[in-house]
Design a protein around this ligand. Structure first.
Ligand code: PLP
Ligand code: COI
Length: 360
């Protein structure tokens, strides 16, 4: 693809934070972003331009009807000084799935990959190498047509921005999260937008999330619409670990985001490195198994939060449920170490998991 470059002159560019900086998640920006337009049935004008405001008409449909989606990917600097993006092909495919759910056009996977690689190459000095840090890649796409009828927008913008980031939760893996098991709020229903990374899913998670925080816990564990089975957390899939060390992830179904972290864990299990499987996780059995210590650990999987241990749950009636000893379990720790060693090049990666960023 022919990408137009309008890079900032060297003297106008900000410098990356020095090595050793304790990076926040998602706050810092690099100097440039990737942008591409869609109109008349095609994508055109791919460009890398200075990171800055985007001008839209007030009637742009994204403001009114929320036709917006996004992705989240990480790039890592390895000991050889090169940058490797973790499974970007999976995110590009999921972006196209989200687009289909939201009646937006797809973008060929190769085009998305080239856009990410070219942008990361331009900003390669911004990729940190401290433990738990990465260059977080955030592609997003939204409706720009200036019309108030509720229908799919005929014009869109696809952008990619970058954020050198540390762990999603302060304290990283060592931060133990507690979750509200909510029977009052739901994230998704069968036939809805739950399998898509639709911006609206995150907007609707804000109220349950602040309710959970008012009860003293960090996040919400959503149940199926009939409150019988465990689905996922607002920013990560859920897992639990059985006494024999098996990781159990709820079956994706058609209301859970197909987490690339979960898929990767299942693929590692298929090679015999760990034990993991998916099944429908019924709430009543889950509670009984935590109480009887059949379930010894729990946590969340996601790009931003990686493997995030869950120490316990509360319910809306105030009852509490502690998993294991309420802290970090050895199986979660081992998996976290195995997974991050693969991402950072300290352990061999399965074929195709790491995509080296070329020097264009
Ligand atoms: N579930 C939700 C709702 C998410 O927002 C995320 C984050 O991307 C995940 C699960 C984890 O998905 P992945 O591992 O692909 O980042
Ligand atoms: C990610 O894990 O990359 C996500 O997109 C979660 C996010 C909402 C921070």
């Amino acid at each position: 693809m022919r990408i137009e470059y309008k890079l900032l002159p060297g003297n106008e560019r900000k410098n990356p934070p020095p090595e050793g900086t304790d990076l926040p998640f998602g706050i810092l920006r690099t100097n440039h972003m990737f942008v591409m337009d869609y109109a008349d049935g095609e994508w055109f004008n791919p460009r890398i331009v200075p990171y800055g405001p985007i001008t839209l008409m007030p009637g742009a449909m994204c403001f009114h009807y929320g036709q917006c989606l996004f992705e989240g990917i990480k790039a890592f600097k390895h000991a050889d000084g090169e940058i490797y993006i973790f499974r970007p092909d999976q995110n590009a495919a999921r972006q196209n799935h989200s687009a289909e759910v939201l009646c937006m056009p797809s973008i060929p996977v190769e085009v998305q990959l080239e856009a990410m690689h070219r942008l990361v190459d331009v900003e390669r000095d911004w990729c940190p190498s401290e433990p738990e840090s990465s260059l977080y890649i955030r592609p997003f796409m939204f409706a720009t047509q200036d019309e108030l009828g509720v229908k799919p927008s005929k014009t869109l913008l696809y952008c990619i921005m970058l954020s050198p980031s540390g762990a999603y939760y302060k304290g990283g893996f060592n931060n133990v999260v507690r979750l509200l098991i909510s029977k009052k709020f739901h994230r998704a229903v069968s036939g809805g937008t739950g399998t898509a990374k639709a911006a609206g899913n995150y907007a609707s998670s804000l109220r349950p999330h602040s309710y959970a925080q008012s009860l003293g816990v960090e996040q919400v564990l959503y149940l199926s619409a009939d409150n019988t089975s465990i689905e996922e957390v607002g920013t990560m899939n859920h897992y639990h670990v059985l006494k024999d060390g098996t990781f159990v992830i709820p079956e994706f179904g058609d209301s859970i985001l197909r987490s690339i972290t979960s898929v990767s864990v299942l693929e590692l299990a298929a090679t015999g490195k760990i034990k993991a499987r998916q099944e429908v996780v019924y709430l009543d059995k889950f509670i009984a198994d935590v109480q009887s210590r059949e379930i010894i650990e729990a946590g969340g999987f996601g790009t931003a939060c990686v493997v995030s241990p869950v120490g316990g749950y509360i319910f809306e009636d105030g009852t509490e449920l502690v998993v294991g000893n309420g802290g970090i379990g050895e199986h979660s720790r081992k998996l976290y170490e195995m997974y991050t060693a693969i991402q950072t090049g300290k352990a061999p990666a399965p074929d195709g998991w790491l995509s080296r960023v070329a020097r264009y």
